[in-house]
Ligand binder design. Sequence first.
Ligand code: ADE
Length: 226
Amino acid sequence: MKIDIISVVPALLDSPFAHSIMKRARDKGLLEVNCINLRDHTTYARAQVDDYAFGGGAGMVMMIEPLVNAIESLQKDTFYDEIIFLTPDGEPFNQQTANQLSLKKNLLLICGHYKGVDQRLRDHFITREISIGDYVLSGGELAAAVLVDAIGRLLPGVLNDETSALTDSFQDNLLAPPVYTRPVEFRTWKVPDILLSGNHAKIEQWRHEQAIQRTEERRPDILGRE
Ligand code: ADE
């Protein structure tokens, strides 16, 4: 899978994909991530990419022209399954969307900045708008990093058995059950006996019950969700 990201601050994306599971995915050739500097595609003086909002009001707006230049130059080589704009007024990102997007071949992510982008870009180029939560970030880069991470770890071959995504929280509309490792006892706090019993059927049943209990307590809204 290839994910291209258009940004005015590409340096923000240097680190998130250079370590751990994302690094492994890239090293194995399962995930390609390219960051494109929007300022390389503007024809305006001093690499300008934003301007005042028509009608007045505080905050700059990203101009359509540099973004279209960047998108169309990338489209010469790549057909994108989705062109995604990261924005707080987009559809809320969740595991189901991550699962869906992990099946695509090429994605283009566009990171917003300032007061947003000229609506005409959204009307004519963007195929999907995604928010990572009900709060406002300074720009879309951290949101793009969240998408790439959540999607990248689902690609076949990226995770091994021990880290399998199938047992993640949210995959079956349940939060993950509690986990324990050595030592068996720390400051009188013991690992539940059932986990030391060696009875795998009982352990699975316990984990399932714990997952349901945890979800009922913490996120009753996701139980039974489609
Ligand atoms: N850009 C700024 N805030 C954002 C958010 N919550 N989700 C996605 N992109 C954003």
